[in-house]
Design a binder for this molecule. Structure first.
Ligand SMILES: Nc1ncnc2c1ncn2[C@@H]1O[C@H](COP(=O)(O)OP(=O)(O)OP(=O)(O)O)[C@@H](O)[C@H]1O
Ligand SMILES: [Mg+2]
Length: 351
């Protein structure tokens, strides 16, 4: 391949790029502030701060919803603008090769939206390849993924939790649940409104979750939060306990736990036996909820491995794949006509 190889993770919450030889070159909120319909006011972390604080002329958008591109034109603006920031001019990025990490359990049309976006963008790509996110997670966990050994990964991100079973470098089964960090934040907002009569914003709910949230009760922590009194309409500050946050997100965590158990019940006995030995690999930004390993461990009676720096697992695994020639047979080269198995496999065939 000529040109640089760039790994792309367009997450619901954050966008990350990895460039061969340089490591992670971009890591920002997947958020864009658009003024007068099509002018970029800000992208990334700068745009995220504007959320909920804009005048009528500025719209702040998260273009990816539930792991798929929901607002194509906003994502295009974001993509071009981010590469302009990295290269000074987008045309300097011309001729690079892109490998995009995608959720497995989405439709072909939803999948194609990712390479199509890069194809039509100002970065003028040479080749675009696609790889399943769980494969990246497994690489980040340091697993020898080409072995005939079943392993289970659980990636709890912002909008989705992707549960997958991998063996021989491929996905045996996977499921994308619409419950993750953003849903926890919503549950916290509802709980505090119903129980305390306080209306709080999304960012404050997230701060409470990160500060005192947990998968078990009895931590005995408190944290103040500002909001609007639901009855008087006036600004108000109250103390929230860790048990309240636990109560708020308990049902969401139970739903994820149930799905993990369901998938475990469905896999072949050979794979079950492998998973007993290795345990479950849990990652994604929301894997940082305190005591999640204890909750999952008690429910499944398996060892729970929470990855280090879980918010970076997909891009770190993509980086490993890009840096190691042996793994370069894993991505699928994208052609507009459909998906083809990487040409390293001589009988390149259409999926
Ligand atoms: N310390 C923390 N404790 C709990 N949750 C956290 C913590 N840090 C980040 N999060 C949550 O992690 C989520 C973001 O995770 P991640 O970066 O893996 O998402 P993403 O890859 O952009 O989204 P998705 O995989 O759903 O497309 C957010 O909901 C955020 O609130
Ligand atoms: Mg993710």
């Amino acid at each position: 391949m000529s040109g640089k190889v760039i790994g792309v993770d367009l997450g619901t919450k954050r966008v990350k790029y990895y460039r061969k030889g340089d490591g992670i070159i971009f890591d920002q909120e997947n958020c864009i502030a658009i003024e007068n319909h099509n002018e970029i006011r800000a992208i990334g972390d700068e745009a995220a701060v504007m959320y909920g604080r804009t005048p009528a002329t500025i719209k702040v958008v998260y273009p990816v919803t539930r792991g798929v591109i929901a607002d194509v034109s906003a994502m295009e603006l974001y993509f071009n603008s981010s590469f302009k920031d990295i290269y000074g001019k987008t045309r300097r990025a011309a001729g690079n090769n892109y490998i995009v990490a995608l959720p497995t359990d989405i439709t072909e049309v939803e999948k194609r939206a990712f390479p199509d976006l890069i194809m039509k963008s100002e970065v003028k790509p040479r080749n675009i390849s696609l790889v399943d996110k769980p494969i990246c997670v497994a690489l980040a966990a340091g697993i020898e993924i080409m072995n005939a050994q079943g392993i289970m990964t659980v990636d709890i991100g912002a909008d989705t939790t992707e549960i997958a079973v991998i063996s021989l470098g491929g996905i045996v089964t996977s499921e994308l649940l619409p419950i993750a960090g953003n849903k926890f934040d919503k549950s916290i907002i509802s709980y505090i409104r119903d129980q305390c009569g306080l209306v709080i914003g999304k960012a404050n709910a997230e701060e409470l979750k990160k500060g005192i949230g947990g998968a078990l009760s009895g931590k005995g922590l408190t944290m103040p939060v500002n909001g609007r009194d639901a009855f008087t309409g006036l600004p108000k500050r109250i103390d929230i306990s860790s048990d309240m946050i636990y109560e708020a997100i308990k049902a969401d965590l139970a739903n994820i736990t149930d799905d993990i158990k369901n998938i475990l019940e469905r896999v072949a006995p050979e794979i079950s036996s492998d998973i007993i030995d290795t345990g479950i690999y849990v990652t994604g930004g929301s894997a940082q909820i305190a005591d999640l390993d204890v909750l999952f461990g008690e429910a499944t009676q398996l060892k729970i491995n929470i990855l280090n720096n879980p918010q970076d697992s997909v891009i770190a695994g993509l980086g490993k794949l890009i840096d190691d020639e042996d793994y370069m047979t894993l991505p699928y080269i994208y052609r507009q006509a459909g998906y083809y198995i990487k040409s390293a496999n001589k009988n390149a065939k259409k999926n």
